[in-house]
Design a protein around this ligand. Structure first.
Ligand code: SF4
Length: 454
């Protein structure tokens, strides 16, 4: 069990700026040396027996929430979105033509921005095009992040018709004062009605995203919002800390630093959400996800099959991730690729028949080794470093320096090190990024560009 207060020994760790390790190396290490030629060469190594996944980024919203850290912009005219949609359809064809034989798509994920910025008929056409061109497998997951404040009944019906299996609703908070301070007004009834209709049209699984650390949030109102959320029985809940980076996200200047809780307050808010979720029967998964016991994510965690990717935690084992849409990141065995973030640059490439890859990173064997250790720590809270080294053909002592760095955290209770096994106790789970960072060879250069650990 974790305690409500942040201990003085943990405070400096909680205040460190660290990656979320949704990948390793992290996206800040990507460079312009990777382009279309690399993407095509890496795609060509996909094997006929490998499943694929695809992530689609829709960089539009109908409103701008002040806390937003996503790559998006507000559009009022649908003409611009329709032009974008047509280019997206062309991009699907480009990737499908480039990839060659594979075992079909196991997972399609639509994020943003808000995929429901697309018109219902355009979203339906996009899912159908992807299902056809990427050979969607029976039982595949089709997941969409949706903004409930702008979610029409027609869009929900289209999601049902498209075969969406999981919808993630951005809830964040139900507190009206906090909602007003972050420019995201949406009532409990609205979220309840959206959840009910999604289930009615066959979208069988619902996720909620909640937040702590927003202006005006307190442990009490975070608890109240969490308790209200679980009355709707979402299958999964993710609880994210607000990252205040107004030098990177200009609209965050609308949030005054003086209105934000300090480290102790953020910790207490995260604890309030955690205890409310566990009291309601949810299992904690990794750093910040929760799931009902029968949910596939909970089953994957129990079986040691949990994975971490750009969408957070997943049970998707596909080794190939295709990026679709501006700024989307893809993953192949040989490395990462990222599409051009600027919509005009992205669309010009596609209209010229080119894959819109703008940057990326080849992954060396040593990176894969560190990535595997970090992923197990972030998913299982324990890793046998020696076993991972051996399984990847490395000397068992290859990461001893990193294991020693983890051992230095033992005195503060962040982990235990027995031989080459590193284990994070449950009560320190919120600081797992600090332990994972011991295995990050690129951290000194990139540390300042990440959000605080808690
Ligand atoms: S709806 Fe989501 S993506 Fe759009 S501005 Fe709000 S938080 Fe950002």
């Amino acid at each position: 069990m974790s305690s409500l207060a942040l201990s003085p020994a943990w405070r400096p760790h909680a205040e460190r700026n660290l990656p979320r390790y949704t990948s390793y190396p992290t996206a800040v290490a990507f460079g312009a040396g990777v382009g279309e030629a690399e993407a095509r060469a890496w795609l060509a190594t996909t094997r006929a027996d490998q499943t694929i996944s695809a992530y689609v980024h829709v960089p539009f919203c109908k409103r701008l929430c002040w806390y937003c850290g996503c790559h998006t912009s507000v559009v009022h005219e649908y003409d611009r979105v329709r032009t974008f949609f047509r280019t997206l359809m062309l991009e699907v064809d480009l990737w499908a033509d480039a990839i060659g034989p594979h075992a079909g798509a196991a997972h399609l994920h639509f994020g943003g921005g808000s995929p429901n910025a697309l018109a219902p008929e355009d979203f339906l056409a996009l899912v159908r095009r992807m299902a056809d061109r990427f050979a969607l497998r029976p039982g595949a997951e089709v997941a969409a992040e949706l903004d409930p404040g702008m979610l029409s009944e027609a869009f929900i019906d289209a999601a049902g018709e498209a075969g969406v299996t999981r919808a993630s609703l951005g809830v964040q908070t139900f507190d009206p004062d906090v909602q007003a301070r972050v420019n995201r007004i949406q009532s409990f009834d609205l979220v309840a009605a959206a959840s009910e209709r999604l289930r009615k049209v066959g979208v069988g699984a619902i996720n909620f995203d909640l937040m702590y650390g927003l202006p005006g949030q307190t442990p009490e109102n975070v608890r109240a919002s969490t308790e209200a959320a679980v009355t709707l029985r979402p299958d999964r809940v993710a609880v994210f800390g607000y990252a205040h980076v107004p030098w990177m996200k200009k609209h965050q200047v609308m949030i005054h630093e003086a209105d934000l809780a300090d480290g102790d307050g953020r910790w207490a808010q995260a604890e309030a959400a955690d205890s409310a979720l566990r009291a309601a029967g949810y299992l904690r998964i990794g750093l910040d996800h929760y799931a009902l016991p029968g949910d596939p994510l909970a089953l994957a965690a129990a079986a040691g099959r949990l994975r971490r990717n750009f969408q957070g935690y997943t049970d998707d084992p596909a080794p190939v991730l295709l990026p679709v849409g501006p700024s989307s990141i893809g993953r192949f065995a040989e490395g990462f690729v990222q599409n051009a973030a600027a919509t005009d640059v992205w669309s010009r490439a596609i209209e010229a028949g080119r894959l819109p890859t703008a940057r990326g990173l080849p992954v060396a064997a040593g990176d894969d080794l560190r990535a595997a250790v970090i992923e197990r720590l972030m998913c299982d809270l324990t890793v046998d470093v020696e076993a991972v080294c051996r399984s990847q053909g490395f000397d068992p002592a290859a990461l001893d320096e990193a294991v020693a760095a983890a051992a230095a955290l033992e005195a503060d209770g962040l982990c235990r090190v027995e031989g080459r096994r590193v284990t994070i106790p449950e009560e320190a789970h919120r600081l797992m990024r600090v332990v994972a960072a011991c295995f990050d060879a690129g951290l000194p250069a990139a540390g300042g560009r990440h959000a605080r650990a808690v």
